[in-house]
Design a protein around this ligand. Structure first.
Ligand code: HEM
Ligand code: HEM
Length: 214
């Protein structure tokens, strides 16, 4: 059966939900090792999802759901867009981009961050402290912006689900049943995720370590 959301897009979504929750809880509970690894997971998932936006299944591609501002404007003013359209609606498409970008920024700034006590992100010593301080501050405020967008995202999904009676959650769980073109194989995305994860691992191994003065 052809699906709206291929299995990789769905897996990415629910893993992202778990990983972001874990990042937040682990910070609150002061488990920075857990925070670090859940942050790496977010980074690998988001970078893979961005590449998947170019080579993935039709409805996961940016070209399929990033509409022009004019189309978004008409959609928001209540004009019906193509009713038979499958995939993200014009406003939803842009919110996907914003969410992915914020997640990317959140996870990358974390790599340079430090608690100035026991824990340094892997690239904290790669830059001057004027830069790492800036990234640390960004890591803090981007989280608030990200939380706001995630809240909006959930409210929008529930509004469509309950008020407009459009089932969005079902397809994000089981894929949906619209007859669209065949999905790309999940192994391709998995391979991309492994390569990206390995690249991150190598970069961390070679990252400058703190200088020790005896
Ligand atoms: C940490 C929390 C969350 C994050 C970071 C997040 C992020 C995202 C992202 C990036 C997408 C785009 C999917 C893609 O094309 O790859 C998306 C779509 C979606 N999300 Fe979430 N999400 C979160 C929580 C939730 C929750 C709790 C629900 C269920 C109530 C949900 C339901 C959906 C649905 C139904 C879509 C597809 C929307 C559509 O059909 O256009 N999300 N989400
Ligand atoms: C999307 C992924 C991430 C989320 C949602 C997240 C969230 C947060 C939040 C909310 C804080 C508290 C900010 C503050 O009030 O100072 C924080 C602090 C921090 N994060 Fe992340 N983070 C993520 C990824 C990462 C990564 C990948 C690393 C590094 C490997 C990292 C390292 C740190 C460090 C070192 C702190 C400072 C802890 C402290 O001051 O006690 N984070 N993060």
């Amino acid at each position: 059966m052809a699906v709206t959301w291929d299995s990789w897009t769905r897996l990415t979504h629910w893993l992202l939900v778990l990983a972001v929750l874990l990042c937040w809880i682990s910070y609150e509970e002061d488990y920075l090792q857990v925070h670090q690894y859940s942050g790496y997971l977010v980074l690998v998932l988001v970078v893979t999802r961005i590449l998947w936006g170019f080579v993935g299944s039709i409805h996961s591609r940016f070209s399929d759901f990033v509409a022009s501002p004019r189309v978004v404007f008409h959609y928001l003013r209540g004009r019906k867009h193509n009713a038979s359209q499958v995939g993200h609606n014009p406003a939803g498409g842009w919110s996907v981009l914003v969410l992915l970008l914020l997640l990317l920024l959140q996870a990358t700034t974390g790599l340079f961050n430090s608690d100035d006590l026991m824990f340094d992100g892997p690239f904290h010593h790669a830059l001057d402290s004027s830069w790492t301080d800036r990234f640390g501050a960004m890591h803090e405020w981007i989280f608030w912006v990200l939380s706001g967008f995630i809240g909006l995202h959930i409210v929008a999904v529930l509004f469509h689900q309950w008020v407009k009676r459009e089932d969005l959650i079902g397809p994000m769980v089981h894929g949906g049943s619209h007859g669209v073109r065949s999905p790309r194989p999940i192994w391709l995305a998995l391979l991309m995720a492994i390569v990206i994860g390995f690249g991150l691992y190598v970069a961390i191994q070679y990252a400058p370590k703190p200088q020790v003065f005896w």
